[in-house]
Design a binder for this molecule. Structure first.
Ligand SMILES: Cc1cc2nc3c(=O)[nH]c(=O)nc-3n(C[C@H](O)[C@H](O)[C@H](O)COP(=O)(O)OP(=O)(O)OC[C@H]3O[C@@H](n4cnc5c(N)ncnc54)[C@H](O)[C@@H]3O)c2cc1C
Length: 238
């Protein structure tokens, strides 16, 4: 496929949390690219075309006409996007790439482990599986500091209500003991992950986000749970 670099208009800019923003990027006339859920796009501001950064699609391959990415205020590009990107701005976009793809097959169980902003591609996984009414089971195990840090909480709860094959589980690591949260607390542990596994040979594990978090998850899944390497897919952000 030819490399199509396109300028896209920001069609919507939505604050998910005080430090996290979703951009909806409108495809220009005639742009028609094949891509897969779970891939990332790379973009740059037209005034600084050599500074490019990758962002996982938080939308899915069924969404045509636009891409969505969800960005945390982190580093130079993350800060510019969250603090300055607005509707009507133009951004240069390289076509989707990457192999962090959901195995959306019947009888499969995808266990998606995320911390903080690493949850972004999993929104695309669940959106596609729910819209297509697939039998594939998806479980998100999501670690955040407090209940104020859950990205896409409303959407994931709505997907869970609509899709009986989707489970959304959150653990909070830094809540005060008096907090009324009745869900899981503390870090993601091997025991908590093991509780979700019902058919190990058909389970695929996913982890995405900043390197230290993904590496810790890899260690937990591959070394503590002794899952074969071929059953885990990771996307490290650097
Ligand atoms: C395939 C891929 C997909 C990505 N998808 C997303 C995404 O969906 N959302 C997103 O916000 N970022 C994502 N990133 C990270 C993004 O590309 C930028 O690195 C990030 O926005 C920081 O901007 P910068 O590189 O200009 O920061 P710099 O000024 O160069 O600083 C980068 C620093 O921030 C750290 N870092 C980068 N991203 C994060 C983060 N989200 N949380 C904590 N620390 C971080 C890096 O380890 C480094 O220390 C992705 C990266 C890759 C490679």
């Amino acid at each position: 496929m030819a490399k199509v670099i396109a300028e896209m208009l920001i069609d919507a800019a939505t604050m998910e949390l005080p430090d996290t923003k979703t951009l909806k990027l409108k495809w220009p006339e005639g742009y028609d690219v094949e891509f897969k859920t779970g891939q990332f796009i790379t973009f740059y501001w037209p005034d600084t075309p050599t500074y490019k950064r990758a962002y996982s699609l938080s939308s899915c391959a069924l969404d045509r006409g636009f891409y969505e990415v969800t960005v945390k205020r982190e580093g130079k590009m993350g800060t510019r996007v969250v603090d300055w990107a607005k509707v009507g701005d133009k951004i240069g976009v390289l076509p989707p790439a990457g192999k962090f793809l959901p195995v959306l097959e019947p009888n499969r169980h995808l266990i998606c482990i995320a911390g903080g902003s690493g949850v972004t591609p999993f929104r695309g996984f669940v959106r596609e599986a729910t819209r297509r009414k697939l039998d594939t089971k998806i479980t998100i195990l999501y670690s955040v500091r407090t209940t104020n840090d859950i990205i896409f909480q409303r959407e994931f709860l709505d997907f869970a209500a609509e899709n009986k094959n989707f489970t959304f589980l959150v653990t909070c690591t830094r809540l005060i003991p008096e907090d009324p949260w009745t869900g899981h607390r503390g870090r993601i542990t091997a025991d908590w992950v093991r509780e979700q596994v019902h058919d190990l040979p058909n389970t695929v594990f996913y982890a995405c986000g900043p390197n230290p978090l993904v590496e810790a998850t890899e260690k937990l899944v591959l070394e503590e749970l002794k899952v074969p390497k071929g059953q885990m897919k990771v996307e490290k952000w650097g």
